[in-house]
Design a protein around this ligand. Sequence first.
Ligand code: NOJ
Ligand code: CA
Length: 734
Amino acid sequence: MKPHYLLICAAILAVCSCNTRPRPLEGETLQSPDGQLTLTFGLSEKGEPMYSLDYGKTAVVLPSRLGYTLRGIYTGSHPEGGNSVLDYTPDVDLTEGFRMVDISRDSFDETWETVWGEERYIRNQYNELAVTIKKDVLITIRFRLFNDGLGFRYEFPGQDGLTYFTIKEENTEFRMAGDNLAWWIPGDVDTQEYTYYECRLSEIPREMRRAMDYRDHRTFSDSGVQTSIQMRTDDALYVNIHEAAVVNYPAMHLELDARRLCFRSWLCPDAEGWKGRLQAPCKSPWRTVQVADDARKVLASRLILNLNEPCALEDVSWIHPVKYMGVWWEMITGKSTWAYTADYPAVELGVTDYAKATPNGRHGANNGNVRRYIDFAAENGFDALLVEGWNEGWEDWYGCQKEAVFDFVTPYPDFDLPALNAYAHSKGIKLIMHHETSSSTVNYERHIDAAFDLMGKYGYDAVKTGYVGNILPLGEGHYSQPMINHYNQVLRKAAEHHIMINAHEAVRPTGLCRTWPNLIGNESAQGTEYRARIKPHQVTVLPFTRLQGGPMDYTPGIFESDISKVNPASKDYLASTICKQLALYVTMYSPLQMAADLPENYAGHMDAFQFIKDVAVDWEQSRYLLAEPGDVIIIARQARGKGDWFVGGVTDENAREVVVAFDFLDKDKSYEATIYRDAPDADGVAGVQPDGSNPGKRYVIEKRTLSSKELLNLWMARSGGFAISLKEISGKIS
Ligand code: NOJ
Ligand code: CA
């Protein structure tokens, strides 16, 4: 045989052996309460801890390895530890050579009440298997199997020989049973603000470059992705991998071996490249695999919340849902500025004298403009108004990697903080504070007490934080262990001050809002601020992925999709109909919902704006009527403590006709329905027409009586949608 034939044969053999299904795992099994899911745990011949997951007779996760590689133990002479590799033993391999020490089982069933949420009561029911294994180190792996999926975590009990240790890598595998279709974003250590990409697992390396639509990307490999990742198998199972309760540990991305169809945990490194510094006793976050035979069940899953600790706060009376507007979109679109003056090429905290500066004439957060927004928000029943650009420092806040940009307490000369708060409060509006940290965590932590005290003094009870740019101290990414600890520390401190948090650019949530319900919002994904870059399908994927961990401040409600109407210098067009914007208040769950457009853009459409005024932001129960990632979502929700329902439907770049059944309504009641739907000639994709008309803004509003028996045919335009409000009519129907 010629040498190159030999090579080809060897290559074929290599591919075959990679794709060969491993033998089913033998070991301990655990079943979900409904018996549908089976988890198997066992040690291989080499003592590797392994698990697999089956749905009925269908394999979901093939036998996959578990374990860690730790940095070697310090043996040097310096009492505080050195950095020379010679001072450390070789890596501690905790991936094989284990023996079984103990096995215990448990089951749990409770129903808990949410402070706010998609539903008032959540059932938390699971069966548990905890296996304790030993090599040099004792580890307990705790599996919880729910009807909607699996959670497992590593626990390091206190033990001789293991106190402080450093993770080199966590080696958790998720070996998929097939070449699943996936909705994913690239594995970046600094941003999640990507468009979701759809392809098969085997295609991810090839598609990576195309999926990297973010200009400042810091991706870790050409096959690395972020969680939560949503998949659909060829058996029509919906499988989702994410994590829950990330505390004192880095966020987990996934490195895909596309030939084995196997993900491996890839923890976000700290500035020195390590993946977590721990002190036993301690535990990892939960690794989660949700499984459902219907996409709607993924949206109904509460697995991530259930794996978090119960509420840590005794008094939650100060936490409340918020419907708000903002002096914000005008800066995002470039109509006005965050900065006050153009006098200086650079400014310096505590040195620059703004009193002597000439206003640039475009500063958004000025007294007159803020009052205008307060008036509009108050007239229309809003709770709050966010004001960005109120504080000194915005002249050169971005891109300079300056440590001390803001002090979070000094307003610009044209923002009268006491007077504006008094004016807002007199009209029933609270101002929302804005702390853009410019990613200088050192600077924020330096000023945070004074900043929260100022908020307390003037009656602010919510703050939007932001982490734009490279993290300072330099070298940290946005999701490393020190950054996780920063975000969680800000959350705890805010709770002490009775302050609610909406964090932008912080790590994507992992259900911590169950424990800390003052975390009422996060951005952590590509939202409306991306304007022309928002693809029509984005909002049909986010509820399956990003929203699994907690609500998103998506900032819906843009009525003027032609952004040149707001800022003539802009060429942006937001591809969406007005009715799709309305539907987002229902489909993108958040207890914090913004009406993001300018008052003047609502003024000409007050009939459609009525839906935003009416829609609830906290729910008694939710029904998922139709859902397919990347295509369409229709959800019905009942306002908490009330009989009224709201329905929202959104579609991707395809127009579609749907039939909505109202059998979720009370059978003994009738409802006054207001239906906001795309007009027959509406189109969310076409853009502004040669005659200057904008088909994204065409809608029809109808009122009629509806009962639980009825079906409604509804048409959604390309990147369109519909919204329905249903008010109870008292009395029985005939
Ligand atoms: C990015 C945030 O996502 C956006 O909402 C905010 O206005 C800017 N940073 C400025 O903080
Ligand atoms: Ca952002």
